[in-house]
Design a protein around this ligand. Structure first.
Ligand SMILES: [Zn+2]
Length: 134
């Protein structure tokens, strides 16, 4: 176990990349991130919100989360990328369109060095909304 000296949280991985603050909502989450990445996080939020306006925003697993009866998807800020967590099923369903991205189980890494794939993110959010509620 590794214990973060700043926030005291424990992680199985040494130097685990995480945010030391525990935000109560997405506004607080975004405000706690590096200033340079905040516009990107706001863009991500507005893309998802406009794709699935009926979903509720909350913080779950310390990440911005979209919820409708259950967690549908999350995103999170890292040093060099934005993590998008639409779940294993969505990643499998859209894998042919994710060839340009670093993808692992349930996670898509969207580098800050490139524009967000806005249309794809919105389609995936809608797919999660329609599929995971059932
Ligand atoms: Zn910490």
């Amino acid at each position: 176990m590794w214990k973060c000296p700043k926030c005291g949280r424990e992680f199985s991985r040494q130097e685990q990349d995480h945010s030391c603050v525990r935000p109560k909502n997405i506004d607080e989450y975004i405000a706690a991130q590096e200033e340079a990445v905040q516009p990107r996080l706001k863009e991500m939020r507005s893309l998802i919100r406009s794709a699935i306006p009926e979903a509720e925003e909350r913080i779950s697993w310390s990440m911005p989360t979209y919820w409708k009866g259950k967690n549908l998807l999350h995103f999170a800020a890292f040093k060099k990328h934005l993590g998008f967590y639409p779940g294993d099923e969505a990643v499998a369903r859209f894998k042919d369109e994710l060839n340009n991205y670093d993808v692992s189980k349930g996670t898509i890494r969207l580098p800050y060095s490139a524009d967000l794939p806005a249309e794809l993110i919105q389609r995936m959010a809608q797919w999660c909304y329609e599929t995971y509620q059932k």
